[in-house]
Design a protein around this ligand. Structure first.
Ligand code: UD1
Ligand code: MG
Length: 454
C-alpha cells in the first residue's frame, strides 16, 4: 500500500547503452560512494512510498534486474526514444491512475525533497497534466529548452536539435524528469511520433499534446547539482567528488570530527555515532557502522564492519567484511581483520591477520600473530577465550581453540586446542653453546688467510 494520497508510481528509465562509459557494465551499475547509480535513484525515491516502481531496461541487462529486485522490470527491445521507453512500462503499471514520476537511472542525485515537490505540484489545484523538473545550468549546452507562455506556465519543450536561435537563448532547461497525470499518460504517449531531427519518440512532446487537450503544464525548478547526469568516467568522478563533499559535511553536522575532511571517503550507507574522530586518509566501503566515541586514526580501510563505542582503530588498519570490533577494543597498525569478532577491550595492536576468528573480551593478540584460516580449500575458525594472551609471532592453525586465560608463548605454531589457564609453547628448543662464537670467528679467519696466501 502506498503512503501518499493520491497514489504515486514511478518509471525509471535505464535502457540506454551508456556507450561513452566504454564499459562492459551497464552504465547505471557504476558506483558512487559504493552504491550503484540506480541504487541512489531508488534510495532517494523510497521515502515517497511510490508503488509500483517499474525499471525500464534493454534486453540482457540481467545485472541491473537483480540489482533492483524485487522491483518489476519492463524490457525495451530497441531504444527508440524516451517516449517509447515510458510506453514499455504500460503493462507493468496496469490501470494505475495516480501521479506517475519518470526518473532516469543515470541521474543519481535528485533528492527526496525535490521529488516530493514535483509530486505536490502535480497534485496542485490547477491539476497540471505534466510537471517538468527544470534547471538553469551554468552552461545550458544541448539540453532541451522549456518554453513558457505569457502567464509563465509551461507551453512546450523543444529539443536542442530542433530549437531556433531564440529558443536556444532560453536558459530554463529540461532535466527530463517529470510527474504526469496517470489518467492521461497512455493517451499522451500513444500520440507521440518520431517525426523529428533524431527520428526518436520524444517524451518531451507530451507537454504540447496535453496543452492541446486543454490541460495545464508546469515547471518546478531544482539546483543543477541535483540534476547532473553521468555519461562518462570523468562525469562519474565529478559525481563521486560532489557526493563525498556533501557526505563529509553531513558527518560533521551530525557530530563527527574529521581532521582532514577532503581525505575521508564515505560509502552511501556509512553510519557514524556521536563524537567519532576520523583522522586523515580514511576510506569507508559499504556496510560500516561506527558507534559513539570511536577513534579511527589515519590511513584505515574499512568495509562491512561494525565498530562498538570507545574502540580505537588504526593507524593503518584494515577491517574487512564481517568484522565486529567490541567496545573499547583496539585494532592497531598493519592489522587486518576479516569475518572476526573482537570482544570488549580486546587488543590486536600490531602486524596481525585475524581471519574467521573469535577473540574473547580483554584478550591480547601479540605482534605478528596470524590465524591460519585457509588450507587452500576450506576456511576454518579460530576461537580464543576471554583474557587470553597470544605471544608475538604466533601462528594459530585453525580449526583451533585457546581457552579463557590461556597463554601462548611467542613464536608458537598452535595446531591443537589449548585449555583454559594453560601455557602452550610450540617452538624449537633454544640451544646455547658458551664461547662457540669466538671459536667460529677464529676458525673462519684462518681459513680465509690460508686461501689468499695460495
Ligand atoms: C533528454 C531530454 C532533454 C533533456 C535531457 C536531460 C528527451 C527527448 N530529451 O535528452 O530534453 O534536456 O534528457 O539530460 O527526453 N532511455 C531509454 N530508452 C530510450 C532512450 C533513452 O531508456 O529509448 C533512457 C536513457 O538510458 C537515459 C535517459 O533515458 O537514461 C535519457 O535519454 P537520452 O538519450 O540521454 O536523452 P537526451 O538526449 O539526453
Ligand atoms: Mg542524456
Amino acid at each position: 500500500m502506498s503512503r501518499t494520497e493520491p497514489r504515486t508510481a514511478a518509471i525509471i528509465l535505464a535502457a540506454g547503452k551508456g556507450t561513452r562509459m566504454k564499459s562492459a557494465l551497464p552504465k547505471v551499475m557504476h558506483r558512487i560512494a559504493g552504491r550503484t547509480m540506480i541504487g541512489h535513484v531508488l534510495a532517494n525515491l523510497k521515502p515517497l512510498g511510490s508503488q509500483p516502481n517499474v525499471v525500464v531496461l534493454a534486453p540482457g541487462m540481467d545485472q541491473v534486474a537483480s540489482e533492483v529486485a524485487p522491483l518489476p522490470v519492463a524490457i525495451q527491445a530497441d531504444q527508440l526514444g524516451t517516449g517509447h521507453a515510458v510506453g514499455c512500462a504500460r503493462q507493468a503499471l496496469g490501470d494505475f491512475e495516480g501521479t506517475v514520476l519518470v526518473l532516469f537511472g543515470d541521474s543519481p542525485f535528485i533528492s527526496t525533497a525535490t521529488l516530493a515537490s514535483l509530486v505536490a505540484r502535480r497534485q496542485g489545484a490547477d491539476n497540471p497534466a505534466v510537471v517538468v523538473l527544470g534547471m538553469r545550468p551554468a552552461d545550458p549546452a544541448k539540453y532541451g529548452r522549456l518554453i513558457l507562455d505569457q502567464d509563465g506556465a509551461l507551453d512546450r519543450i523543444v529539443e536542442w536539435k530542433e530549437a531556433s536561435e531564440a529558443e536556444r537563448a532560453v536558459t530554463l532547461c529540461n532535466s527530463a524528469v517529470m510527474a504526469i497525470d496517470g489518467k492521461m499518460l497512455w493517451s499522451l504517449i500513444d500520440r507521440v511520433d518520431n517525426k523529428n531531427a533524431k527520428g526518436e519518440y520524444y517524451l518531451t512532446d507530451i507537454v504540447e499534446l496535453a496543452r492541446r487537450d486543454g490541460r495545464a503544464c508546469a515547471v518546478v525548478e531544482a539546483p543543477e547539482a541535483e540534476l547532473m547526469g553521468v555519461n562518462s568516467r570523468a562525469e562519474l568522478a565529478t559525481a563521486e567528488g560532489l557526493y563525498q563533499e556533501q557526505r563529509r559535511a553531513l558527518a560533521m553536522e551530525e557530530g563527527a570530527t574529521l581532521t582532514d575532511p577532503r581525505s575521508v571517503f564515505f560509502a552511501a550507507d556509512t553510519k557514524l555515532g556521536r563524537d567519532v574522530v576520523i583522522g586523515p586518509n580514511v576510506f569507508f566501503g559499504p556496510g560500516v557502522s561506527v558507534a559513539d566515541d570511536v577513534e579511527i586514526r589515519a590511513f584505515c580501510h574499512i568495509e562491512g564492519a561494525r565498530i562498538e563505542s570507545g574502540a580505537v582503530i588504526g593507524p593503518f588498519a584494515r577491517l574487512r567484511p564481517g568484522s565486529e570490533i567490541g567496545m573499547d577494543a583496539h585494532v592497531g597498525n598493519f592489522v587486518e581483520v576479516k569475518n572476526s569478532v573482537l570482544g570488549k577491550g580486546a587488543k590486536a595492536n600490531h602486524l596481525s591477520y585475524l581471519g574467521d576468528a573469535d577473540v574473547g573480551a580483554r584478550s591480547n593478540i601479540g605482534a605478528g600473530t596470524i590465524t591460519c584460516n585457509y588450507d587452500g580449500y576450506m576456511k576454518a575458525r579460530t576461537i580464543i577465550g576471554e583474557g587470553a594472551f597470544i605471544g608475538s609471532n604466533s601462528a594459530l592453525v585453525a580449526p583451533v581453540k585457546v581457552g579463557d586465560g590461556a597463554i601462548v608463548g611467542a613464536g608458537s605454531v598452535i595446531t591443537r586446542d589449548v585449555e583454559a589457564d594453560a601455557i602452550a609453547v610450540a617452538r624449537g628448543e633454544q640451544v646455547t653453546r658458551a664461547g662457540r662464537a669466538r671459536d667460529f670467528r677464529a676458525q673462519r679467519q684462518k681459513l680465509k688467510q690460508d686461501k689468499t696466501r695460495k
